[in-house]
Design a protein around this ligand. Structure first.
Ligand SMILES: [Zn+2]
Ligand SMILES: [Zn+2]
Length: 378
């Protein structure tokens, strides 16, 4: 079929992106679904910091590619042999999916499944196929999703059915922001009730972590960001204290007011300075949970003697260590019951024509989550 999609031909174009236009809005051809694949009508797709990193070229991708990796939509057609999903199912489209039988998958860590990540880094679906072309030229898939498009062909493992009562422009955020932020708390850290938690970086992922910390009955939740205009929403969602990341007394103040440091510091931004703050504000014996993805070339320093003598733990959390079939329905329940008001993170609903300008707004930290509606405004 022919459809409209946002195609990236080149990474690392100059800012502002509203002028350099890394995403070209074009008509492309989508084939399939082939055997074992699913055709989804994309109804909403979230714009994530990882999209911004790809546009900037911080992590290389096979080009040209249709962008977008967190989305929600309605199943329109299933390929031969697909039994877990059927037409008309409402689904969250998530990048976390595994093969189901490698050691990582068997031990409940599908985000670490190599047999899925390898084809994805080559711009292919998990089964090694490619379904996108333009004028006969190949176009690649982004993270097995390519949600900045009116339709997507993907694998059933990337699709989590949800109730039709969940608004799809909220459901889209569960595919990346919610599982990454909330999963880093529930799955990676699983703090005891009463724990003191710091969230560094109050964007889409950080605020989901903050809401999860509240559900996990944290005793105190400290929000930290470079922008004070993030603080109102952070407080509304459960932050007990908020601080500017640039405050010269930040580390000292947090150590003093927490009696020596926080139990868990979540680094959600991928910024190098934020990692240093996280290491400094966590108490001896506490844990730093590293969630934000920075540049692939970045190296971090730490004092090895302090790491040993203070028994601090430095732990990575990729995509919230999540098992999507288990976690997304649970987090959707938290949303529907009101304990995780994910809809408050939706800053704007945008059309294809707003996509490049929205990258500039995301880069400036002016917005939390913009949601592309591929059928509503063109
Ligand atoms: Zn993302
Ligand atoms: Zn696997």
């Amino acid at each position: 079929m022919r459809m409209i999609a946002a195609v990236m031909y080149e990474q690392g174009l100059p800012m502002p992106f509203a002028d350099s236009r890394p995403f070209r809005i074009e008509e492309v051809e989508l084939d399939g679904p082939g055997p074992g694949e699913v055709l989804v009508e994309v109804r909403a797709a979230g714009l994530c910091h990882s999209d911004l990193s790809q546009v900037k070229g911080l992590r290389k991708r096979r080009l040209p590619v249709v962008g977008g990796h967190e989305a929600a939509g309605i199943v329109r057609e299933v390929g031969e042999g697909v039994t877990s999903i059927k037409p008309d199912d409402h689904v969250v489209m998530t990048v976390v999916s595994g093969c189901g039988h490698c050691p990582a998958c068997v031990f409940g860590r599908p985000a670490l499944c190599k047999s899925v990540t390898l084809p994805r880094t080559q711009g292919l679906l998990a089964n090694g196929q490619r379904r996108l072309t333009r004028n006969g030229q190949p176009i690649y898939h982004y993270s097995g999703i390519s949600g900045f498009a009116q339709y997507a062909v993907t694998m059933p493992e990337s699709l989590i059915p949800i109730d039709e009562s969940v608004p799809l422009d909220v459901a889209a955020m569960f595919g990346c922001a919610v599982v990454t932020g909330a999963g880093s708390v529930f799955n990676t850290a699983h703090p005891s009730p009463g724990a003191t938690i710091a969230i560094i970086g109050l964007g889409g992922i950080g605020l989901n972590g903050l809401m999860a910390a509240k559900v996990a009955e944290a005793g105190r939740i400290i929000g930290i960001d470079t922008r004070a205009d993030k603080f109102t929403l952070a407080k509304e969602l459960g932050a007990s204290d908020v601080y500017l990341a640039t405050d010269p007394d930040l580390v000292e103040t947090i150590r003093e007011t927490t009696g020596g440091g926080v139990d868990y510091a979540f680094e959600m931004s991928g910024a190098k300075a934020a990692m240093a703050t996280a290491m400094a504000i966590v108490r001896p014996g506490g844990e730093v949970i590293c969630v934000g993805l920075g540049s692939a070339a970045e190296r971090y320093d730490y004092n090895h003697v302090n790491l040993v003598t203070e028994e601090k733990t430095l732990r990575g959390s990729f995509m919230g260590s999540c098992v999507p079939g288990r976690d997304i329905p649970l987090y959707v329940n938290h949303f529907m019951s009101g304990s995780m008001p994910v809809d408050k993170l939706r800053s704007q609903r945008i059309g294809f024509g707003d996509l490049n300008r929205s990258l500039d707004q995301l880069n400036a930290g002016e917005v939390v989550r913009q949601i592309l509606l591929p059928h509503e405004f063109l």
